[in-house]
Ligand binder design. Structure first.
Ligand code: SF4
Length: 376
């Protein structure tokens, strides 16, 4: 990571007592028609749904006191019906001179998730969680060690975005007021294992106000370990989001160890699905490759990866190697920089566009799931 600074002391917040059951219904769970129906069912005219949507998605507020165009008698009742609080901050830690902000959230049932806001000179990216924990059990990943607690609702995903966009707009993140430009589904969880909620969340991100935040689909990235049927399903949705395939190994033997769930689909099957995605959507696919010392960082593996990508064509793919953010106590650690450089050089030498991703926040328990694991 470049430009590291020491992590700021964590902030602590009182978290309400957990409640059991499903997450409360929220405006951001509902498609526009269902929102209007919910408002009518509450005895109000349908246009109130648009007003609420404008406040939530346009003004980025869920606070009835700020909804001054709604009659006073309605503010609290409508907000209680459609804008229940979903996220309570538990800890916030910052790095990179305040431009990286990692937040541990408590959900209504006390379950913990994380999101990370990363600000760059030309963009601001939020990494969101789509599940609490993860069932994919990748051995190098802190979240994978937690196991899956539950899927998030669409609104629990969307609200991570609203809060970050608001903090940026209001100048609460180092660098002055700004705009959230990118959302990546690379936090806790396997997004395509929570397909319906993730898709609903993506629709809320890209729909124009008052139905969504009006973000560009090109600024949204959905990652997957390679759930082949779900990749094909996503390709058919007509949403040109970027697909990121977390490959981590070009050979089945090692990939079965690093991404155990993928014993169901070979490397070739996952790459074929990624290639179909690029062909259908016209969006270049990202291949994510965590560089793990002496495990998957060999030059021959870079050459094998380049070969497999090139044989499916040119221009459809981009590789993002990322030095592993190690989890304390884990035997998995980041590649030696010289070895990582050789890996990248092999890919580039074979004509594969390759960009090393930075490891923002690695000094603030940056590996996904680490804060939640510590809490446990
Ligand atoms: S790396 Fe991703 S898919 Fe694998 S266990 Fe961690 S969160 Fe789940």
């Amino acid at each position: 990571m470049t430009g590291r600074v020491g992590a700021a002391p964590p902030t602590l917040t009182l978290v309400p007592a957990p409640r059991r059951g499903k997450p409360p219904r929220h405006l951001a769970d509902l498609a526009p028609e269902a929102r209007a129906e919910a408002v009518v069912a509450a005895g109000e005219p349908a246009y109130r749904a648009r007003q609420l949507g404008t406040h939530y998605f346009g003004h980025l507020t869920a606070d009835p006191a700020e909804m001054t165009d709604l009659p006073l008698r309605l503010r609290d009742s409508l907000a209680a019906a459609l804008l229940p609080p979903l996220l309570t901050p538990v800890r916030t830690v910052t790095a990179d001179a305040g431009t990286t902000v990692k937040t541990l959230w408590a959900l209504h049932d006390g379950v913990r998730i994380e999101s990370v806001l990363m600000r760059y000179p030309d963009r601001a990216t939020l990494c969101v969680s789509s599940q609490a924990g993860c069932g994919m059990a990748c051995p190098f990943c802190a979240t994978g060690q937690l196991g899956l607690t539950r899927n998030l609702s669409a609104a629990e995903i969307v609200d991570q975005v609203r809060v970050a966009a608001r903090a940026l707009r209001d100048g609460e993140v180092a660098g002055g007021p700004g705009r959230l430009s990118n959302v990546v589904f690379m936090g806790m969880g396997e997004p395509l294992a929570n397909y319906r909620a993730v898709l609903d969340a993506v629709r809320r991100l890209v729909a124009p106000v008052p139905d969504g935040f009006g973000m560009s689909a090109r600024g949204v990235t959905v990652s997957t370990v390679g759930l082949v049927p779900a990749i094909d399903r996503l390709a058919a949705e007509g949403l040109p989001v970027t697909l990121a395939l977390s490959l981590h190994a070009p050979d089945d033997e090692l990939r079965r160890e690093l991404v155990p769930i993928t014993t169901r689909w070979s490397v070739d099957e996952a790459l074929d699905a990624a290639h179909r995605y690029a062909a259908t959507t016209g969006r270049r696919v990202s291949i994510e490759y965590a560089l793990i010392r002496d495990v998957n960082d060999h030059a021959w593996r870079a050459r094998l990866l380049a070969e497999k990508l090139a044989e499916r064509g040119r221009g459809w793919v981009h590789v993002n190697p990322i030095p592993l953010n190690p989890t304390p106590g884990s035997r998995w650690t980041a590649s030696d920089p010289a070895v990582a450089a050789r890996f990248v050089a092999e890919l580039r030498g074979a004509g594969i566009p390759t960009t090393v991703r930075d490891t923002r926040g690695s000094d603030i328990d940056g590996a996904c799931g680490q804060l939640a694991a510590e809490e446990r």
